[in-house]
Design a binder for this molecule. Sequence first.
Ligand code: IMP
Length: 195
Amino acid sequence: MKIVVATKNKGKLVEIKKLLLDLGIEVISQDEANINIEVLEDGKTFEENSYKKAYEIMKACNLPTIADDSGLCVDFLNGAPGVYSARYAGENASDDDKINKLLSEMKNASSRAAKFVCCACLLFPNGDKIEARGECFGEILNEKKGTSGFGYDPVFYINEFSKTLAQMDLEQKNKISHRAKAFLMLKEKLKQYLN
Ligand code: IMP
């Protein structure tokens, strides 16, 4: 079986390839499938966005397609930035701009609890669908700590490890992240589906 990953992000592709290696599935990128579509992520939930991305790419290539959507949800901000995490400080804003906006919105926060969420969706041309959701819980610091990772990692602190995600190496982050959890669950569901 061949599966297309709806992403232009090489890192994500490598991660997903590694994860599905032992299922004997050939994993290719949307570029390798010659699909050059930019899907508008205008859903109200992570589930809607991952489904929409998978659906549009799957329709274009007629192959099983995996897509995901993720973001940061902060309790004090009623779940914001949520599905707007990438565009929180405007379309072309840097990670620092996004973090600065977040910290200013949280100046007087009574709670700093937050979670990262990832929803992954695998759609088949026959209409079958496998979905999985992963969450990673932490709190938002007042200042950045650490330099690895991307996005909001430098201010996302995990008590259990006494570190931000940006203070972890990729191997450690990939064991506990929302994305790792979602894809591991997706893999388990896919195994059952194939049996
Ligand atoms: P997307 O799922 O690739 O569209 O990511 C949405 C946005 O959520 C990213 O641009 C980041 O700002 C944020 N985000 C998602 N996952 C992570 C993560 O693991 N660390 C830090 N930020 C993340």
